[in-house]
Design a protein around this ligand. Sequence first.
Ligand SMILES: Nc1ncnc2c1ncn2[C@@H]1O[C@H](COP(=O)(O)OP(=O)(O)OP(=O)(O)O)[C@@H](O)[C@H]1O
Length: 800
Amino acid sequence: MNTHGSEVKVFARTRPTANFAQDLIEYLPDGQTVNVRLKKDSRKGIVNNQLNSWSFRLDRVLHDVSQEEVYSSVARSVVLGALDGYNGTVMCFGQTGAGKTYTMTGATESYKERGIIPRAIQEVFREVERRSDHIITVRLSFLEIYNETLLDLLSSVKDTPTGAPAVMSIVDEGGGGVTVKGLSMHLVHNEEEALNLLFEGEMNRIIGAHTLNRNSSRSHCIFTVHIESHSRTLSDAKYVTSKLNLVDLAGSERLGKTGSEGQILIETMYINKSLSFLEQAILALADRRRDHVPFRQSKLTHALKDSLGGNCNTVLVANVYGEVAQIEETLSTLRFASRMKCVRTEPAVNEHVDPVIQIKKLQKEIQLLKQELSIRDTLANRTGMSYGALTETQVAEIQSQVLRYFDGTLDEINIVSIRQVKEVFVQFKLALQQREQKIKADMIQNFALAEKTQSTQSAANAKGPNGMVGEIDGPSFGVGMAPPLEKNSRLQSPHRSKTKKGKDINRKEGAGSPAQVKEEPAVSSTSRINPLLVSQKDIDGQEPEMLSQDSQGPPAGDRENFRADSPPPKAAAFEDFKAERGSEINRILKENKAVLVERRRRLRELTDGVNAAKREIDRTGAELQQRREQSQRHGRFVSADGEPVLEEAELALLLRLQELKGQYRQQYKELRGTKAEVSYCEHLVDQCRTRLLSEFESWYNESFLIPEETQAILRSGDPAIQPGHIPMAKALALEEDDQEHFEHLRSELLKSPGAISYFNAHDRTLQRRNYTRTSTQKLQQKRSSEDNGRTKLPAILSVT
Ligand SMILES: Nc1ncnc2c1ncn2[C@@H]1O[C@H](COP(=O)(O)OP(=O)(O)OP(=O)(O)O)[C@@H](O)[C@H]1O
């Protein structure tokens, strides 16, 4: 059987008759062609001697041939193909009494006259025996379709799972296949068992016909051999399956011809209808432009969906009864056959993979590969290698390596296996995520205060009496930008901000209520996100004017008055800090930056000079070389004593070269010195910047937030400690640490003992004054509250 793309094979088989219509039917000697002649209008009873003729060319015309030859020509290759994994279908089509059952089943009483099915069964089991290198499993099913009803002809057999006839339905499977759900399948081990089932099914067909008062020849029968073949020799997970459908179709019949009525009429209508649908399906299959084939129109076509065309080896036997009275049916049968011949098939092996064997096979392969790896490791002196899943200890070790690599305590991570590389990546990802989360958490913690302030502002704005809502930056923390109008107005009018500043101070002095911060100038969104960023910009002198306006706060002189329940915005406070407490560090920072800028400029100059000198040296050297080569060619000058003498031009070049080299060395030396200076200046600037910021942070925290120690004192409930009062000694002690730190910094930066003493004295005085003033204010507030008949605790205690 051709297993590549091909047409359906079509045969015509003739039923022997003594009344062969030799005038109308002609079998040509080529054994493939049937010519049919029919008188025009003979059906209408009109006498007309004109003839219509048709010629049908098939794969072979089986005229007057034995059952054995029919089997060999029609079915053998299909059966063998099924054992190789190709689906196969052999189908008999034709009018009633044309010999379909005789061809398919044969005369059961005569072995010689047995038909295709028993011969196919025999062939299958012969092959099973012959192919001893395969385990071939054979199952059988026998389906009857009568008046669009599915019947299981083997439901009576003992090993039917349910015992009772199951409700059957045709189910589409993936890949275009179909199965008949509920149809019994019977495992058979030899030819005899299979034949028993065939005859049992045939018997049931006849019994059924009697009981239901129906004609046995009025149904379609599909005898299916299901084959599964596994190789014994190859430890292959692959195996093949196939379905061999042997189909005996019901005979077509013209209604008017027999004058059928009653049950026969119904049967004939069903048969004709289903055969008509079969023809439509064949037409659609034959037309390559059609992408839809109407298989589901009838039970027959649906059940044969994967047996007509597709990946199946399909063979049609057109049974013809060559008598004059049957000429119209013969013509119709041959027409159907020629259409069927146009259907193309693409036979393909139904190959599957046995998952259990596949797993075993892969496991074995893994084992072999591991052994191979182990041998290679031994040869490469790599000991202690493991290729299994990483243990918890190994994962922990990789994690530790990654963290050390991050921290810089490990220079490199040795790569030993792919699994380890993958785990390294996983751990890198985890470590990054953790660091990211930590940074986020720190940010949130650092700026929670700013957020709180903004919430207060929002609340105050919401209550504001004079449409102040929206004047302050958007309420959300860390996002958005200050409203452009607000920003612009501040930029355009420094006087306005000054006035406003004054107004703010007045309000703050007036009370510690949330409303006091309502009109506080908004800080830029950037400064809210990260005050350090703003500070950085400020240090770099990028946006001095804008920042100074955006970060308004109370004037430095009134710092002591800025003891509010809510701390001021950090950016504004930073401005104050630079103007007052941190002014000296800020000044030094600026001076250092100026020196750095100047040094860098000098470094650029020197670099340019050195490069220029180098270029000049190269140029002069090349010129000198050229001249020497020239004089070599022309012969050298010699003195009266015979000593070689230099030419004047060459001597000039030589001297120039020496001079240039001297300059170069000098400039290079200076360049190195300046580089070192730049580096030192950068270091100083960084140090100043860092210290300015850290000093500011400490100052801000201690000035505007309640120190933990103070909270502890208050929590202790010491009756000597009044709310709002912090012992002077404690307050000063808290300040001293900070002060000492600052003095140390200053002495380091200023290198001027006189100035240090001056600033120390100045700051201490300021601190004392601040403390006294705040304490007095708190006491006054407390008294006035008591005077009003109720005790009111301040929301936040400020310690200067
Ligand atoms: N090639 C043949 N050689 C000898 N006898 C034949 C041959 N073909 C058919 N017959 C005989 O013709 C009769 C009708 O044949 P058969 O029952 O196989 O027809 P059919 O097409 O199956 O009819 P139906 O569609 O009604 O079932 C049977 O008695 C059968 O033995």
